[in-house]
Design a binder for this molecule. Structure first.
Ligand SMILES: [Zn+2]
Length: 108
């Protein structure tokens, strides 16, 4: 078992916020949440918020067949993208893949 699994479709985050409304962000990983005491699909925000980790017996990052099949695909870049997108959303900004690639293209 590695730190990622390939799935046909990315599920939604299983969690709810403190007011009980469902998160519904795209899940970042299927991971064990120490805060929750069980496994769940978690978006990047909740993954970090719950102190989850990737690894055998801890959690696996969810990747789509599409992403993995892309010759440009790089798990590290994907991780960067997820972090960036979560940060942008936290600040109420749109986070598009195209925009990320435009920024990342100059950095990577
Ligand atoms: Zn979430």
């Amino acid at each position: 078992m590695g730190t990622s699994i390939v799935v046909h479709e990315i599920p939604r985050c299983d969690l709810s916020d403190e007011y009980g409304s469902v998160c519904s962000e795209a899940a970042y990983a299927d991971a064990y949440s120490p805060k929750f005491g069980q496994w769940a699909y978690l978006c990047k925000y909740h993954f970090d918020d719950h102190g989850c980790r990737l690894g055998t017996g801890l959690g696996q990052q969810l990747l789509t067949e599409e992403a993995v099949g892309d010759p440009q695909f790089d798990p590290e870049t994907e991780d960067l993208y997820q972090t960036w997108a979560a940060f942008m959303r936290d600040n109420g900004e749109e986070a598009s893949r195209e925009e990320f690639e435009a920024i990342a293209g100059g950095l990577l």
